[in-house]
Design a protein. Structure first.
Length: 375
């Protein structure tokens, strides 16, 4: 297929991608075979928590030919996300979204600015949809160059091991926090991929560093979720507990959530490769900007006042918070409210106890009330 790297570079830049790499399937399969063994040991230790879908997709995740039998190359793309979010240490403040004197859906007046922090990746629109549209356009362009081209695209939710693809393409190295780190740009980016049934020109790779003796991410994790360099026990991870977890948050971890309402950035915030980048990186893709989504913080009183799934949908449709659903977000808000020290949240938590038929939510609200009353 007669496509030059310069052509692809110009196209990806115009579409908002921050970097890309191309790898042949033979090279990729060697890397996937190695990581499949690591993955199996991870599963054996139950580090995947309740994410059973990871086990179900194992065959496809490590064997791309199951998705595109005549695959020859993979284009791996990065999309930077960033924000004007808080630096490490500021996230426990209460300078979040102020609702003023609006009335919540429970009729209680919302006056304080007690808020919960949203992970940086989730502050804009749903990245799955944003990046999938760009992959579709790239796929269409390739097919215009060669009508025999077939592709398979994936944005995180697909059955591919995106981080292995990015590492193999030379776009970064595995950090001790298990994330891919670009030594020049840090780790605040999404990974997407496009499998192609044509041999494309392989992009050159540069020699990459590693974390060396640095253990900042391991030491900073409040729940000790990084159980070994590069190994995460999801059962202890704040991101898992507040997003993928469908049950209650274990009592032993609740106070450690601090004000993290949805996801967690701590292991990235302390990484030397990310120093200063969350504040100064250009956001390459408009819909991923804070201004296009929900922003960095959400008012706890407003969240605790959401009574129905319809109200939740109206407020958060098209954002990553849909992943937690109303039930998960209210659960998280009960915990963050308890950690806030703001006793004005007690009536809102009491409303959850009285309103909800879900015993899990009631228990979390009671916990928040009990903690606040001890202040």
């Amino acid at each position: 297929m007669n496509i030059s790297p310069d052509q692809l570079k110009a196209l990806t830049i115009s579409e908002g991608w921050s970097n890309f790499g191309i790898i042949p399937i033979d090279q990729l399969q060697v890397a996937l075979n190695k990581h499949e063994g690591v993955f199996e040991k991870w599963i054996e230790k139950s580090y995947h928590a309740e994410m059973e879908y990871l086990k179900r997709m194992q065959g496809d995740r490590f064997h791309p030919k199951n998705k595109l039998p005549d695959i020859k190359s993979v284009i791996v793309l990065l999309a930077t996300y960033s924000s004007n979010g808080e630096r490490m240490g500021d996230e426990l403040g209460t300078d979040g979204l102020r609702i003023g004197d609006e009335l919540g859906t429970d009729g209680l007046r919302i006056e304080s600015d007690a808020s919960g922090l949203v992970a940086r990746y989730a502050r804009g629109r749903d990245y799955h949809k944003v990046l999938k549209k760009r992959l579709i356009r790239l796929s269409k362009w390739l097919k215009e160059q060669d009508e025999g081209v077939e592709t398979y695209l994936s944005v995180d939710s697909g059955p591919t091991v995106d981080r292995v693809l990015a590492e193999t393409a030379g776009l970064g190295f595995f950090g001790k926090n298990s994330l891919i780190i670009d030594p020049r740009k840090g780790s605040y980016f999404f990974i997407a991929s496009l499998m192609v049934n044509r041999a494309l020109p392989v992009t050159p790779k540069t020699r990459l560093p590693n974390c060396g003796d640095c253990r900042k991410c391991i030491s900073a994790c409040p729940t000790d979720a990084i159980v070994a360099p590069g190994v995460i026990d999801a059962r202890r991870c704040i991101s898992y507990l507040t997003i993928e977890n469908k049950g209650g948050i274990p009592v032993e971890f609740r106070s450690k959530l601090g004000n993290r309402l949805f996801g967690c950035d701590i292991c990235q915030e302390v990484c030397p490769f990310n120093e200063g980048r969350a504040h100064h990186q250009k956001v390459m893709i408009g819909p991923l900007k804070e201004e296009s989504g929900i922003g960095s913080r959400l008012n706890l009183k407003e969240i605790l006042s959401i009574k129905t799934d319809e109200q939740f949908l109206e407020k958060f449709a098209g954002t990553p918070l849909m992943r937690a659903k109303r039930r998960g977000l209210i659960r998280n808000a009960c915990v963050v409210a308890g950690n806030s020290g703001d006793v004005s949240l007690i009536p809102y938590l009491q409303n959850v106890v009285e309103r909800e038929g879900d015993e899990m939510l009631k228990e979390h609200a009671r916990w928040g009330i009990e903690v606040l009353k001890k202040r």
